[in-house]
Ligand binder design. Structure first.
Ligand SMILES: Nc1ncnc2c1ncn2[C@@H]1O[C@H](COP(=O)(O)OP(=O)(O)OP(=O)(O)O)[C@@H](O)[C@H]1O
Length: 323
């Protein structure tokens, strides 16, 4: 593949592999992120998302493969890349014993931004990310949402054209997550491309494109809508009593990709090769002495969580709790 500057892609990774001893954390991964996109990176805990980001940002040397980020060959030109990107790590690398403003000033000095220009940008960022009233507060005393806004402000101080965000909303309430995504769309509109990892399906659905990763490889990548339209399963919902036992019974069948309870409903993914999933599920329930009425069962439209489960065999919310 030609690794000269290609305006269409902001990230191109070919055959990327990372081994830690005998363990393969990332295996022959190909990733293409179009310029201007918010690109979501999904996958269970430990599937290799952060390792991939660390290779893409030049912090970790791949065992094999080629990386080109914004026209730069990585890791060879990692130093040049550092000035062009922003990176918000999972732990929001803030200095707890510095104030909000001091954190921003410190980052400004690391980037070598001229003092007057830096002051202007800090004023702007503190205003954009609603940090003005906290500017003299120690970062260590901020709430989760405030820390997140400060971390994003720090990542944006050098006006990057590409942002890497590793689980940026994990400690943040729904309203703050919503506001955060509005800020991401503002950045996107201003021409910033964004690669963001998340375990939240509602966030994944907001992305222009997503990749679903499992055990070091990408299982699927496309727009959320295309992935939902082309899911390789029928999605069936059952409303009846004894859902726990029904779930146990259905889960043993090879044709059932997953069965998950949602309140009074059981959401079941049935293999696509079953022609009439309603009839087939009703028959299986009958065989397990749990007959269903026609009104107890219906075909529903796939959501992104169904897509995730069909590719990874796992429930994204379980990963969050385990993580
Ligand atoms: N320096 C290292 N040495 C050995 N193993 C490592 C190292 N860094 C990562 N790993 C392993 O590589 C695998 C992938 O880890 P990674 O942090 O990339 O996962 P992730 O998809 O980002 O997970 P999460 O969603 O929990 O953040 C894990 O099994 C992890 O233990």
């Amino acid at each position: 593949m030609n690794h000269t500057t290609d305006p269409q892609w902001v990230i191109k990774a070919d055959n990327l592999t990372k081994r830690f001893g005998d363990f393969i954390a990332v295996e022959s991964l190909n990733l293409y992120v179009p310029k201007g996109h918010i690109y979501g990176f999904l996958g269970p805990n430990g599937c290799g998302k952060s390792t991939t980001i660390r290779m893409l940002t030049g912090l970790l040397t791949p065992s094999e493969g080629n990386i080109n980020v914004m026209g730069l060959a990585i890791p060879k030109q990692a130093e040049a890349l550092r000035h062009k990107i922003g990176y918000m790590t999972q732990k929001f690398s803030l200095y707890d014993d510095l104030t909000v403003k001091e954190n921003l000033q410190f980052i400004g000095r690391i980037y070598g931004i001229d003092a007057q220009e830096c002051k202007k940008r800090i004023d702007q960022l503190q205003s954009t990310y609603k940090l003005n009233q906290y500017q003299h507060q120690l970062a260590g005393t901020l709430s989760g949402g405030q820390r997140q806004r400060l971390a994003l402000a720090c990542a944006c101080l050098n006006q990057p054209k590409l942002l890497f965000l590793d689980e940026p909303t994990s400690a943040v309430d729904p309203q703050n997550r919503r506001d955060f995504w509005e800020q991401l769309f503002d950045l996107s509109e201003q021409g910033t491309s964004i690669l963001v990892t998340t375990h939240y399906m509602d966030e994944a659905e907001r992305c222009h494109k997503i990749a679903i990763m499992e055990k070091g490889t990408i299982k699927a990548d496309d727009t959320p809508k295309t992935l939902m339209d082309n899911i390789n399963a029928h999605v069936v919902e059952i409303t009846t009593t004894d859902l726990r036992q029904l779930k146990q019974a259905l889960s043993t069948l090879a044709e059932i990709q997953s069965a998950a309870q949602l309140g009074h409903r059981l959401r079941v993914l049935v293999s696509k090769h079953i022609n009439d999933p309603i009839c087939w599920v009703m028959h299986q329930c009958q065989l397990h002495h749990r007959p269903l009425q026609q009104q107890d069962i219906r075909l529903v439209t796939a959501n992104l969580e169904d897509v995730f489960v069909s590719h990874t065999g796992q429930n994204p919310n379980l990963h969050k709790q385990e993580g």
